[in-house]
Design a protein around this ligand. Structure first.
Ligand SMILES: [Zn+2]
Length: 143
């Protein structure tokens, strides 16, 4: 099952008290439970308890169910697009680290700057690669 639609969800970070609650959505209602577990950095955090037994930060409504991403086999957004689009997103993300364009931002280490520039070049090469994967069979048919 591959769900591509945007699903309504419940986030643990919105709530501050543990215990069970009832969520209503689209004519369905489901009970879900918050559990407080110790955090790795001290203190504790609220987690949502899924019917599968996992503790997660987010539960999704799907039809009459309120389940975690594992139960619904939900992919990340980047898993739903092709390699070419993923590389464009990657390049955009990297370019945001260099707001001055081709110049090295003030205060950025030269080594960091070079690593980002190299990663941008790599993303562009990967875009070319994915483009060729699609374009070459089309060009062969045109011969
Ligand atoms: Zn689950």
């Amino acid at each position: 099952m591959l769900i591509t639609e945007q699903l309504q969800h419940i986030d643990a970070k919105v709530f501050s008290l543990e215990g069970s609650r009832i969520a209503d959505w689209n004519g369905y209602s489901a009970t879900f439970e918050f559990v407080r577990l110790p955090s790795n950095v001290g203190g504790s955090q609220l987690w949502l308890h899924c019917a599968c037994g996992r503790t997660v930060k987010r539960l999704y409504f799907y039809r009459a169910w309120l389940r975690c991403r594992h139960c619904l086999q939900l992919g990340y957004q980047s898993q739903l697009v092709d390699g070419y689009t993923r590389q464009i997103w990657r390049e955009d993300r990297l370019r945001k680290l260099l707001p001055c364009g081709a110049r090295r931002p003030k205060g950025m280490h030269l080594k960091t700057y070079r690593r980002i520039r190299e990663a941008i070049r790599n993303a562009q090469e990967m875009q070319d690669y994915y483009f060729c994967l699609v374009a070459l069979p089309i060009l062969r048919r045109m011969r």
